[in-house]
Design a protein around this ligand. Structure first.
Ligand code: NDP
Length: 318
């Protein structure tokens, strides 16, 4: 039987932003309920070693780090629901969210922390070799390609920045782009093309990633002639953009042209009072676990103030 859960604070998403918001909200006695979604732990569960999350002198495993955050959130009193929010109604009070399970969540305040997902090429070989040489995050995984050859796919700022970052580790970086000009900013293009470690294969699409247990090569297809070539490589970084996960909130809070939730500068406030957004779902620039955690903390502190004001207002009216 579907149930309606009455909660003070509903947190949607189980990445660093959601768990950090939960830790702060629970410690403020706001009894948060966190709905974990399809990929509890978020993007860090698809990386291997994490070396840039402060507090750990030795590298830690991404999935382990997320288990720790979850355990920490639960230890301080967060309830976690294994459900996926598929629809919301922020026009009414309390706010209403509906889960894939059929359960409904009625909340006095909501923190949206659903994150973003890397766009993938959609090749079966890309899925099969994910984590075995295929990555969507150079800052996470670039270090493992010290002295090796890598391919970066894409022509935007992310692809060019990832390619430049990878030149610090790899022996050779080949940027594969489907057109004959880059979308990236001019200054980034200049830096890229001036770097002796970088080669660009223009007008090429990745048709297949080759390798049994790890990446050994890519099969490229000329987008004009259809001719194919095999390019040996040890790693493939897919950098064809990210998509914020905002479908359940469309029409409820203001989104920008690319679908990110708009927050007031320096805050986690959305266009709806009482609804806050933290982490990659509202961040197109930094996209780091530690910055997501930071905005998760901000969101919980802002919720605490919001609910205190709401309670004070209610007393005045009564
Ligand atoms: P973009 O959407 O800007 O670029 C995506 C790139 O991937 C494009 O070159 C596109 O090709 C290519 N692409 C898309 N789909 C495919 C596909 N299926 N196969 C092959 N290639 C594909 O995404 P970014 O992540 O680069 O940037 C997102 C936003 O973040 C932008 O606004 C960017 O400016 C910003 N950003 C800013 C940074 C900075 O200011 N330092 C750093 C990183 C990002 P095509 O060009 O042919 O469409």
């Amino acid at each position: 039987m579907p149930t309606t859960h009455q909660v003070r604070v509903l947190i949607v998403g189980a990445g660093p932003a959601g768990y950090t918001a939960a830790i702060y909200a629970a410690r403020a006695a706001l009894e948060p309920l966190l709905v974990a979604g399809l990929q509890p732990g978020g993007q860090l569960t698809i990386t291997t070693e994490v070396e840039n999350y402060p507090g750990f002198a030795e590298a830690v495993q991404g999935p382990w780090l997320m288990e720790q955050m979850r355990a920490q959130a639960e230890h301080v009193g967060t309830r976690i629901a294994e459900d996926l929010i598929v629809a919301t109604d922020f026009s009414r009070r309390p706010f209403l969210a509906t889960g894939d399970s059929g359960d409904r969540y009625a909340a006095e305040a909501v923190i949206i922390a659903t994150g973003a997902q890397a766009r993938w090429l959609g090749l079966p070989s890309e899925q099969r070799l994910a984590g075995a040489g295929v990555s969507a995050c150079a800052t996470c995984d670039g270090f493992f390609f010290r002295g090796k050859r890598v391919v970066v796919v894409g022509g935007g700022n992310t692809a060019v920045e990832e390619a430049l970052y990878l030149t610090h580790h790899a022996s050779e970086v080949v940027l594969v782009h489907r057109r004959d000009s880059l979308r990236a900013e001019r200054i980034l293009q200049q830096r890229l093309l001036a770097n002796p470690k970088v080669r660009v294969r223009w007008n090429r699409a990745v048709a297949e990633i080759l390798g049994e247990r790890s990446v050994e090569a890519v099969r490229l297809r000329d987008t004009a002639s259809g001719a194919e070539e095999v390019l040996p490589t040890d790693g493939v970084f897919v950098a064809i953009g990210h998509q914020p996960v905002t479908a359940p909130f469309r029409g409820q809070v203001a989104l920008d042209a690319e679908g990110y939730i708009v927050t007031a500068p320096g805050t986690t406030r959305t266009s709806v009072g009482g609804v806050f957004a933290a982490g990659d779902v509202q961040d197109r620039v930094w996209r780091q676990a530690v910055t997501a955690a930071g905005t998760g903390c901000m969101a919980a502190l802002e919720v605490e103030k919001y609910l205190a004001h709401a309670a004070a207002g209610a007393e005045l009216v009564a």
